[in-house]
Design a protein around this ligand. Structure first.
Ligand code: UDP
Ligand code: MG
Length: 316
């Protein structure tokens, strides 16, 4: 069995040696498996690439892909999948927050129990800022209400999958990639393993709150069209309210006369409705923007250098 690990790295020089040492222990304990490590250097500004080259020169199971700039973790995952030559593929973070010690158990679940993929979720968010955890929980709640892709709270990108699963993921060549959604969307039999949150081994997180917020909007736009219906629903509700208001004013005019007063309330109504219209246009705009990016068919990443061979599709 050949197992490919894909490791997206963005400014990870501090942690790469620690990660590699940890992986060596696991690789030694899984003699029956032929490992391949594909590190994806996502346009790091530090010495990540030279560390990777050094590892690759000593160990020929180490491969690296290096992007021309920072394209984001999603692009790095996609590139890694295209270069993965393993019967099984696993995606892991470089910072040891996805514990390599779980690999043997994941491996057994696929090989012996016959699952197509083994996914992991953190059961807690110890060590994370409380505001971030709060919004993350809200996001998963909303997402699961409004979209068909079933996205588990606390799910990681740490996942082992067989060839069929990888091919299904690669068949979705969309530009706006939201892996947590894609994993759920493709289906197959998935086993879930749980673990306690582990803090980063070294270095620091690459995700600011704002970056995560935008990423969550990407996820919603990519996996649900429900927000588009908001304007339709609000429009109908507004019409109903307007009909009652008209009836009320006609009745008042007939009974008491003098209905032409109250411009401040009129201003409030105009601003209110204007706000709703702009909000709905904004939603429409974000779908249009994503569609725009999608139809341009720009490559998801641009490769600058590598020592690996492409296994799926062709490089654009
Ligand atoms: N990462 C990446 N490109 C980016 C941001 C992050 O390849 O633009 C990688 C990063 O090197 C790490 C993984 O994605 O291996 C997870 O990032 P991080 O640990 O910073 O996120 P957190 O665990 O704090 O959510
Ligand atoms: Mg991390």
């Amino acid at each position: 069995m050949r197992l490919t690990a894909i490791i997206p790295c963005y400014n990870e020089e501090a942690v790469l040696h620690i990660f590699y040492r940890e992986m060596q222990h696991i690789m030694a304990s899984m003699q029956e498996v032929d490992f391949e490590l594909i590190f994806v250097n996502d346009g790091s500004k530090d010495k990540t690439l030279s560390v990777l080259k050094e590892l690759a020169s000593k160990d020929n199971s180490v491969k690296y892909l290096s992007f021309s700039r920072n394209f984001g973790k999603e692009a790095a995952i996609y590139a890694g999948l295209k270069y993965s030559g393993g019967d099984l593929t696993v995606i892991m973070d470089a910072d040891l927050q996805d514990p390599p010690s779980m690999l043997p158990e994941m491996y057994r679940a696929v090989v012996e129990e016959g699952y197509d993929s083994v996914a992991t979720r953190r059961v807690n968010r110890k060590g994370e800022p409380p505001i971030r955890s709060f919004f993350a929980r809200r996001f998963y709640r909303i997402m699961n209400r409004i979209s068909k892709a079933d996205i588990v709270d606390g799910a990681r990108d740490f996942r082992m999958m067989n060839r069929a699963f990888v091919d299904a993921l690669l068949s979705m060549g969309e530009y706006n990639r939201f892996s947590k959604g894609l994993f759920g969307w493709v289906g197959f039999q998935t086993k879930w393993l749980e673990y306690e949150n582990v803090e980063r081994a070294a270095g620091e997180t690459k995700w600011s709150f704002w970056k995560l917020f935008l990423y969550s909007i990407d996820g919603i736009v990519a996996f649900s069209t429900l927000p588009l219906s908001i304007s339709a629903v609000l429009g109908v509700m507004m019409c109903v309210v307007a009909v009652f208001a008209i009836l009320f004013i006609i009745a008042r005019q007939l009974l008491y006369g003098g209905s032409a007063f109250g411009w401040p309330s009129m201003v409030c109504i105009i601003i209110f409705i204007g706000g709703i219209q702009l909000f709905c246009m904004g939603i429409l705009g974000s779908y249009l923007a994503k569609t725009y990016l999608e139809v341009k068919k720009r490559p998801i990443y641009i490769l600058k250098e590598t020592n690996a061979d492409l296994r799926y599709g062709e490089e654009k």
